[in-house]
Design a protein around this ligand. Structure first.
Ligand code: FCB
Length: 495
């Protein structure tokens, strides 16, 4: 596809000598932690007894100004997919394909947040949150992805950020959460290098409209999942199964991220700017050399493939061994100067954490308790691991946890003790990472309310607030009340 471009430079820059991750984690002393967090944690004694590997009842106090948030994305909650000039996205197309989504679900109506935004903002306010992470739907703003701007679409987000400001809630805006305009997919989508400039132009439009009121900008949500699910397994839109193409897509998403950072800065936005990466700590299932090797390779495809270009300006050296086809795709797309663009300095990192990966010689295994989302193992200390890794190996960037959560356990509805335990344990793990020096500025629970969970449709409920998808009535679950207490007191109490 890019073969007529200049000779691609090497995939990697200078080899960076860095401590091995397991050493770092072992060395991340919670003793130093106690000192670091003393200023914001009166109950250091409680915390000192806690090892970071077995979260349990204890008190944890968060620093003043810590952002307590909830998260959603446009396609999952808005509905109103043809209202006011919105164009179709790849997820509209994909979800209408027979068999693509559980129970034939679509997001045509979803939570109808588009028509209920004011009430939903009141709901957020009643939860005591101080930050809301949402995404802007590209096909609402530019129905064909490029060219004409749709003022009604832009107007919705304008009212949303004003509504947040009026309620004292920070706006955390994601520019791309998977809903590529279908017209752009028809022109090659993220496989086409031009996508990076389409995205830059769209970013400029949004920045001109919202740039004075958004506290944090996130460029692209989870390039990893776009590549793996959208282009490798084909379980997500656009439903492709071509690993080499997924490599090109990964590169173009990185480049689009870098261009968006540049555009946001050029537009003079007042908020901080960063990527949104889903990270998964990898560890071996046993002591065998095979498991260790599988772990090192998985760490590339789960983490460093996305971290290194953005934060170090290079692709990981082990990429060719970890995934030769992806490496080939990237090599065909890479042009001189690209890595400089991808590594344009950012202000912070958005981190989504859900699950670790445990690798045996024969592939991933399940070591920790699985949640109702088939792919998720519940391992709170994994959040400490990823945050401390960023602190020790990536220059300690400022971090905001932009997603973390769990679906209702089987049989749960308004009473969701398993979600309370999940959030409590992950917040304690986050607190441990802060005690170890990680600069974490906020946390966003996924999700504000039950919504369209991609290929799982409405079969998984991830919300603090229950949504009745017949009446669209919203009812806070027990976890919403628990989270409210945490957010408004800025601390976790032993329960
Ligand atoms: C993340 C997505 C988010 C949601 C959660 C459960 O990977 O970013 O939209 O679906 O998973």
């Amino acid at each position: 596809m890019e073969s007529d471009g200049p000779t691609p430079p090497a995939l990697t820059g200078e080899a960076v000598r860095r401590p091995r991750r397991r050493d770092v984690l072992r060395g991340a002393t919670l003793g130093a932690a106690a000192v670091a967090l003393a200023a914001c944690t009166p109950s250091g004694g409680d915390r000192a007894r806690h090892t970071g590997t077995s979260p349990g009842p204890r008190t944890a106090v968060f620093p003043a100004g810590f952002a307590w948030g909830v998260a959603t994305s446009a396609f999952q909650v808005e509905g109103a997919t043809t209202a006011d000039g919105r164009g179709p996205s790849i997820w509209d197309t994909f979800s209408h394909r027979s068999g693509a989504v559980a129970d034939g679900g679509t997001a045509d109506r979803a939570c109808d947040h588009y028509h209920r935004m004011d009430a939903d903002l009141d709901l957020m306010k009643s939860l005591g949150v101080t930050s809301y992470r949402f995404s802007v739907a590209w096909p609402r703003v530019m129905p064909r992805g490029r060219g004409a701007v749709n003022p009604a679409g832009l107007g919705f987000y304008d009212r949303l950020v004003d509504g947040l400001a009026g309620r004292g809630i920070q706006a955390v805006a994601t520019l791309y959460h998977w809903d590529l305009p279908q017209a752009l997919q028809d022109a090659g989508g993220w496989e086409n290098r031009d996508s990076t400039e389409w995205f830059a132009d769209y970013t400029a439009v949004v920045a001109r409209s919202l740039g004075d009121r958004v506290t944090r900008w996130l460029t692209i949500n989870e390039a990893k999942i776009i590549a793996q699910q959208g282009y490798q397994t084909g379980q997500f839109a656009p439903g492709r199964t071509d690993r080499v193409a997924s490599g090109r897509v990964i590169h173009h998403l990185g480049l689009a991220h870098g261009r968006a950072v540049q555009v946001l800065r050029a537009q003079g936005v007042t908020g901080a700017v960063g990527p949104c990466l889903q990270l998964a700590p990898c560890s071996p299932a046993d002591d065998s050399a095979e498991a260790k090797q599988a772990t090192d390779l998985a760490d590339v495809t789960e983490n460093t493939l996305y971290l290194d270009p953005v934060l170090r300006g290079s692709y990981p050296t082990a990429l060719s061994a970890a995934d030769p086809e992806v490496a080939r795709g990237i090599a065909t797309a890479l042009r001189s100067g690209d890595l400089e663009t991808i590594s344009t300095p950012v202000d912070f990192l958005g981190v989504n954490y859900y699950s670790p990966q445990v690798l045996g010689a024969a592939g991933p295994i399940t070591r920790y308790p699985p949640s109702a989302a088939g792919w998720q193992q519940i391992y709170p200390s994994g959040l400490t691991d990823v945050l401390l890794r960023l602190h020790h190996e990536y220059g300690s960037p400022e971090v905001v946890v932009t997603e973390n959560g769990v679906p209702d356990a089987h049989g749960e509805d308004l009473h969701d003790p398993s979600r309370i335990a999940f959030l409590r344990d992950h917040l304690l793990a986050l607190h441990d990472a802060m005690a170890g020096g990680a600069k974490v500025r906020g946390f966003h629970a996924w999700s504000l309310m039950d919504n369209f969970e991609w290929s799982n449709g409405y079969s998984q409920r991830w919300g603090l607030v229950r949504v009745d998808f017949d009446t669209l009535r919203r009812t806070p679950k027990d976890s919403a009340g628990w989270y409210r207490k945490v957010a408004t007191s800025n601390q976790i109490h032993p329960a």
